[in-house]
Design a binder for this molecule. Structure first.
Ligand code: NDP
Length: 266
């Protein structure tokens, strides 16, 4: 573990940039081939397919664990004297929600009840790198500033970032709740979402997630958070484009005025 830590810390910038460029390649691939989960699951395939809820838990629980590993590379956990800063607590809370609460709330359709192994693997690799790199970056700031919380009141960017994080998470959470509620009658069909942010964009939940991690970068101003924000766009923008096309193909009455993912713009 010590050798691995030394290697990561010595090559932090190179590894983070490598992580950025691998995301860019994934973005180009996803523009052509949609990620095969949810409504795009290939139902004919039977091998290496895992139940949807279990897959979400396994993929996402890696995030808080890898963040803690990243933090422990800077701060010695064995002394039990580590301090978390507010951005680490936000990251941990988001992923505890995403890995342990969100999967229990969803009611997958028959088609989306399974997730392919390679999608899980991709998410696990992404969440491992992302958590470790952000853990290192955030904990380094905690050590430099000692009381990182004070930064919120000293630097307007940190305060603005926090507002964006809270607003983005609220939109993401409420939009996901709305999508989940569309099946509260026990059906597993797709319906046209109507909650107010969906009146502006097809993928209101992705819009919230993008704003949230943009805010995280604004508040932390680290290279790792910038790359995390880019990865979020690399993952979600192609999927939002595909969702938009999918709604227009499946619902004649789908509102023409809705943008794809950024209200009024795109
Ligand atoms: P989707 O919008 O594709 O689906 C979310 C849930 O709502 C699924 O359970 C889906 O069911 C259901 N649903 C979607 N549309 C409808 C509809 N019209 N009618 C009824 N039910 C519907 O989101 P994802 O599954 O891609 O992502 C889930 C969350 O994870 C989002 O909040 C997203 O922001 C986040 N995420 C973040 C990423 C990142 O890089 N930061 C990457 C990927 C996801 P079904 O599964 O049956 O389609």
């Amino acid at each position: 573990f010590e050798k691995f830590t030394t290697f990561l810390l010595e090559n932090y910038h190179t590894i983070t940039l490598f992580f950025f460029f691998s995301g860019l390649i994934i973005f180009l691939i996803l523009l052509v081939i949609p990620a095969y989960y949810g409504r795009y699951t290939q139902t004919t395939r039977k091998f290496l397919m895992f139940p949807n809820k279990i897959a979400w838990i396994v993929m996402e629980v890696i995030s808080p664990i890898s963040l803690l590993i990243g933090i422990s590379m800077i701060q010695n956990f064995s002394k039990f004297s580590f301090k978390f800063n507010y951005l680490e607590i936000i990251y941990l809370s988001h992923y505890i929600y995403r890995s342990l609460i969100f999967p229990l709330l969803i009611s997958p359709s028959k088609k989306s009840s399974k997730v392919a192994f390679e999608i899980m693997l991709m998410a696990i690799v992404f969440n491992s790198f992302n958590g470790i790199l952000n853990g290192i970056a955030l904990q380094t700031k905690t050590v430099i500033y000692q009381n990182f919380f004070l930064d919120l009141f000293k630097n307007p960017l940190s305060f603005l970032g926090l507002i964006l994080i809270v607003s983005g998470f609220s939109v993401n959470f409420l939009a996901d709740r709305h999508l989940i509620s569309l099946r509260s009658d026990g059906s597993t069909r797709y319906k046209i979402p109507t909650w107010f942010v969906f009146e502006y964009v097809t993928s209101a939940n992705y819009f919230g997630e993008i704003v949230e991690w943009f805010g995280f970068w604004v508040a932390s101003r680290t290279l790792a958070a910038f790359v995390f924000f880019c990865w979020t766009c690399f993952n979600l923008i192609p999927r939002a484009i595909t969702h938009h096309r999918w709604y227009h193909e499946h619902f004649e009455e789908y509102p023409k005025s809705r943008k794809i993912v950024i209200p009024f713009i795109f």
